[in-house]
Design a protein around this ligand. Structure first.
Ligand code: DQQ
Length: 533
């Protein structure tokens, strides 16, 4: 197979005809189908000529694409149909709100509705004669006003919606209200802003609960809300947990972390995420854009760029201190041919091939037992004390001042190439901080690829004696979910040799203490086929 085919995802969504895709837009469940729209250039594998592509699924995993839903054909979106959201109104009808870049280079918000509301596949859309319905307010630059959220009905019977912005030097989520979904007026203050933060793209505000999902709308005071913003300077999705005050239409963080200054939804190459409430399974589901990390020439040569991440269910952690993200259960239906390994000690320097598993379409679940922590023998804190959350720049090689590890799994491994997903424990004062990391330093011998080390601290479940991770490999995509999804790291690998059936899986321990592999289960994964409807 050609390199282009080998890197192409087999069970992550991407348009069947290739070309360019970026942000997920307007996810919604309507008349028995999940709909996903996406920023799409059907002419080339580069950003530009942005339309809304459209895909439909009955299980969030198997998709078929429909015709382009929205194209730049009006003065108010002539330079691009940019990101936005879908809202289901009280009568069950659906409305899209999206950003148009006008012929005068102004970002405005526009409405579109189905041509035939009875069509469950929602193949044709018409734009509202009232467009544009919102223009940049005073204090907001014409190019800093975009990405409307799904709207919700507030206690006063009016709709609320957010728009990302930069307002007087602050990244901000502006709030608008409407009695009829046509006439929108700004609320008296932004929902939230962080002074000095860059522009907030693709804001998302949603309530969270443990073991459940919550729809947008009115919830009891004290319900935790995630506020997320996409920070374009770093191409990262930053979030914080906070409280939404319905009386003032404002949100405030609950802890020291604020949006753009706290945790990331994903510590790898994941951006512009957007959630929706799935009424079928009562869960909140998050889509996100996994971008390419090699050169634009490589994208053009391959003829396609970007995939959508596997949809993730998002919940509040049991102790309420953070959120957990986990691939929706429907992903498990793609699993076949399991191989299992139990109770294997990995001494320092261990490198053990996982038998019966190879290839580029894998789902691995690994649990490790840690050695008892001997405080006295622990090495000095070293750099870990100053930056406890950052992965060691040495990557998976070890030899640093770690208490335990690095230990974990190498995937897409053959010859000198491998992508390592692993844990390391660093001393932070008297506590040990666990971090989950992905090391791309040896991921590819190709000259134009990323050689970074990505990851962050992970909150440990239970008594801290075990650490678990799930690693999903789909050709060039590697998604790592640590400790039930407290920390997620998604990266891209473009090996020259470690592809297709050449790619092997190894367990390793490059630390100075033994760890025990409690259990490894590895599945090879079926492909999906995506065609047009
Ligand atoms: N992508 C869209 C914008 C959004 C950005 C344009 C985020 O609406 O702000 O393709 O990736």
């Amino acid at each position: 197979p050609s390199l282009a085919a080998s890197y192409r995802s087999a069970f992550h969504f991407q348009p069947p005809d290739g070309h360019w895709m970026n942000d997920p837009n307007g996810p919604v469940f309507y008349k028995g189908y999940y709909h996903l729209f996406f920023q799409y250039n059907g002419l080339a594998a580069v950003w530009g000529n942005i339309t809304w592509g459209h895909a439909v699924s009955s299980d969030l995993i198997h998709w078929n694409t429909g015709p382009i839903a929205l194209a730049p054909d009006e003065w108010y979106d002539r330079q691009g149909v940019w990101s936005g959201s879908a809202t289901v109104l009280q009568d069950g009808s659906v409305v899209l709100v999206y950003t148009g870049l006008t012929n005068q280079s102004v970002q405005v918000q526009n409405l579109a509705t189905p041509v035939d509301a009875a069509d469950p596949l929602l193949r044709q859309w018409k734009k509202s004669p009232q467009n544009p319905v919102i223009s940049p307010p005073p204090g907001v630059n014409n190019l800093d006003f975009r990405d409307p959220t799904t709207a919700w009905l507030a206690g006063d019977g009016r709709w609320r919606m957010l728009v990302g912005a930069r307002l007087a030097g602050s990244g901000a989520a502006l709030m608008y209200s409407s009695p009829d979904f046509r006439t929108w007026t700004p609320t008296s203050a932004p929902l939230h802003a962080v002074p000095g933060s860059p522009m907030w793209e693709c804001p998302d505000l949603f309530p969270v609960a443990h073991n459940a999902g919550l729809p947008l709308g009115v919830h009891p005071a004290g319900t935790p809300y995630v506020l997320k913003a996409s920070i374009d300077h770093t191409l990262t999705d930053s979030y914080a947990l906070g409280s939404y005050d319905a009386a003032t239409d404002t949100w405030a963080p609950r802890g020291p972390d604020d949006v753009s200054q706290g945790r990331l939804l994903d510590y790898g190459k994941y951006y512009a995420s957007k959630s929706f409430y799935d009424p079928v399974k009562g869960r909140r589901v998050l889509f996100g854009w996994i971008y390419e990390t090699d050169s634009q020439q490589s994208n053009i040569r391959r003829g396609w760029a970007s995939v959508q991440a596997l949809p993730r269910a998002v919940e509040l952690a049991a102790d309420g201190a953070d959120i957990v993200q986990w691939p929706v259960a429907e992903v498990d239906a793609l699993r076949k041919h399991a191989a299992t390994l139990r109770n294997v000690t990995l001494p320092p320097g261990a490198r053990l091939e996982l038998p019966g598993v190879a290839g580029c379409q894998l789902d691995l679940e690994l649990a490790f037992t840690l050695p008892p922590q001997d405080e006295a023998a622990a090495p000095p804190p070293a750099s870990a004390a100053s930056e406890p959350s950052r992965c060691s720049p040495e990557g998976s090689a070890g030899g640093g001042a770690l208490a335990v590890g690095p230990f974990g799994v190498a995937v897409l491994a053959a010859g000198a190439e491998r992508t390592a997903a692993y844990f390391e424990l660093a001393r932070n004062g008297t506590a040990a901080v666990a971090r989950v990391c992905t090391d791309l330093r040896a991921a590819s011998l190709a000259p134009d690829t990323d050689r970074g080390v990505y990851g962050s601290a992970v909150r440990r479940e239970g008594d801290g004696a075990t650490l678990s991770m799930r690693v999903i490999v789909d050709h060039s995509v590697v998604e790592v979910f640590a400790e039930k999804g407290h920390t997620v790291v998604t990266t891209r690998s473009y090996p020259l040799g470690a592809m297709d059936q050449e790619a092997r899986v190894f367990l390793f321990n490059n630390g100075s203490n033994s760890v025990v592999l409690q259990q490894a289960t590895a599945w090879s994964m079926n492909s999906i086929s995506i065609s047009s409807i």
